[in-house]
Ligand binder design. Structure first.
Ligand code: 5AD
Ligand code: SF4
Length: 480
């Protein structure tokens, strides 16, 4: 989920936003994003804020006046990758000193002073809640100063900003519903870098989804660090004191978005095992357009490790939630996150993760070696004492097991017919298209006359552990 991927805002979006100020007139902006989906989504908010100032976006870093890197701190290697990139930009600046380089996101929050003052790698630092201030910060740098704003907010949700989408003519878009996190999992730096949790006004979320649908998008992914704790009440606007009738929870929000159109697929990420209620599962079961797929990070299969991780649930609780998914949304695909080699993890605790994986048989998993992060509860309370060789051995075992489970999961799809939303050409061949099933499996099939953004029924006839292969047996006309 978190693997760094460079994504650059599409140049063809120039001029799409209304220019409200001319501070960026004639200037070109280049943004690169690393880390989680939330960062990619935030980069679209940043592009929106700056195009309104007159900036145009570019895919080519060499013609950029302003280079912004949206960064991730979740594991040490994510930060290392960004640092290497910043060093490359520093070299570029030797030939082009007027080029401004700034960092956004989690590293900005965590490393502000050191990147700006000690290592002199950047001119500008803006934390996740400071993006509205970017035009001013860029102006400050233009007048010869270094600029920084890493203030975290209790209520910034960028609710009114319509993000500039990365891929024009796209099919699938992210829509942020909550920001920040209050959970304090002991291994996690996010509560420190992204601040307190806050939910976004549901009406602005529904409106954004409707606009996306009208522009041709056919899938939205509702994003939050813990979507299940989404809660909006009118007191958030300061209008009315708490009253359950005036409260919107995640299950209700999901229904509101599902009703935008039966042709708009709904996905969401990330669910939290301690907060995921049956209401949410029932809303999923009720609407055909809510995809039967849940990402439910377990982190470990051992209750003592979960306690040290401060996850707020036990192995038994987690397995009961899995049973609830199977009961209420039969055939729902389930993926997870697993951390291996957390502080004091013994062989037998690791073995519990293996037995849990065998019990759940995840369709997909993101697997990480524990990486100690400064300031976290784990850093303060425990020792990162599992030898790296043991972490590597354990993660190899986990990855091999998961690959086997993913293959079995895909093999079960052979012979079935699945509704697929076409995303575009397959990367491997011009003659093939690719799209996803509701269960989030990638399917490749011959292109025929089928169009991106439409639904087709595909009969699955082969697979690998990562991909399904099939052929279209029926086109599905748009819903009335
Ligand atoms: N070390 C390793 N993995 C981590 N994650 C979060 N913090 C750490 C860390 N310090 C993983 C968790 C989380 C996912 C987004 O990243 O599995 O669910
Ligand atoms: Fe980090 Fe836990 Fe919050 Fe996820 S729920 S962002 S792992 S603190």
């Amino acid at each position: 989920m978190e693997e760094a991927v460079n994504k650059v805002i599409d140049e063809s979006r120039q001029g799409e936003a209304v220019v409200l100020s001319s501070r960026g007139e004639g200037k070109k902006l280049y943004i690169e994003s690393y880390g989680c989906q939330m960062n990619f989504s935030d980069s679209e908010v940043v592009a929106s804020i700056l195009t309104k100032e007159g900036f145009s976006t570019t895919r080519n870093v060499d013609e950029a006046d302003v280079v912004l890197i949206n960064t991730c701190s979740i594991r040490e290697n994510a930060e290392t990758r960004v640092r290497n990139r910043l060093t490359e930009f520093k070299k570029k600046k030797e030939d082009k000193p007027e080029m401004m380089v700034g960092i956004l996101g989690c590293m900005a929050e965590r490393l502000k002073k050191s990147l700006l003052e000690e290592e002199k790698l950047v001119d500008l630092v803006a934390g996740p809640d400071a993006y509205r201030d970017l035009p001013n910060l860029i102006e400050e740098v233009g007048s010869g100063q270094k600029a920084v704003n890493v203030l975290l907010s209790r209520d910034e949700t960028y609710a009114d900003i319509s993000p500039v989408r990365m891929d024009k003519g796209g099919v699938s878009a992210f829509v942020t519903i909550t920001r920040g996190c209050d959970n304090m999992c002991s291994f996690c730096v996010v509560p420190f870098t992204r601040g307190r949790e806050r939910s976004r006004d549901p009406e602005t979320i529904v409106e954004e989804c409707r606009e996306l649908f009208n522009k041709g998008y056919r899938e939205v992914t509702l994003l939050g660090q813990n979507v299940d704790s989404y809660r909006w009440n009118m007191t958030s606007k300061g209008e009315i004191k708490d009253n359950s009738k005036l409260t919107t929870n995640f299950a209700q929000l999901m229904e509101m978005v599902a009703l935008v159109s039966p042709d708009l697929r709904i996905r969401f990420s990330t669910s939290h095992p301690k907060d995921m209620t049956d209401d949410v599962l029932e809303a999923m079961a009720k609407y055909e357009n809510v995809c039967p797929y849940i990402h439910l990070p377990v982190q470990s299969g051992n209750s003592d490790v979960l306690k040290r991780m401060n996850r707020g649930y036990t192995r038994e609780w987690y397995l009961e939630r899995i049973a609830a998914i199977r009961r209420i949304v039969p055939d729902c695909a389930i993926s997870t996150d697993i951390i291996t080699g957390f502080c004091d993890e013994t062989d037998s605790e690791h073995e519990d993760t293996i037995t849990l994986m065998n019990e759940v048989k995840y369709d997909y998993a993101y697997m990480f070696k524990y990486s100690e992060r400064p300031k976290t509860l784990a850093e303060r309370r425990f020792e990162d004492n599992v030898d790296d060789g043991i972490k590597s051995k354990r993660i190899t075992e986990i990855i091999e097991l998961q690959t086997q489970h993913s293959l079995e999961s895909n093999q079960k799809q052979i012979g079935t017919t699945q509704k697929v939303l076409i995303e575009g050409k397959s990367k491997r061949s011009e003659e093939q298209l690719c799209g996803r099933t509701g269960r989030n499996s990638m399917v490749i099939f011959p292109k025929g006359e089928y169009q991106k953004g439409t639904y087709v029924m595909v009969k699955i006839n082969d697979c690998t552990s990562a991909t399904l292969f099939g052929e279209v047996v029926e086109e599905i006309p748009p819903a009335k």
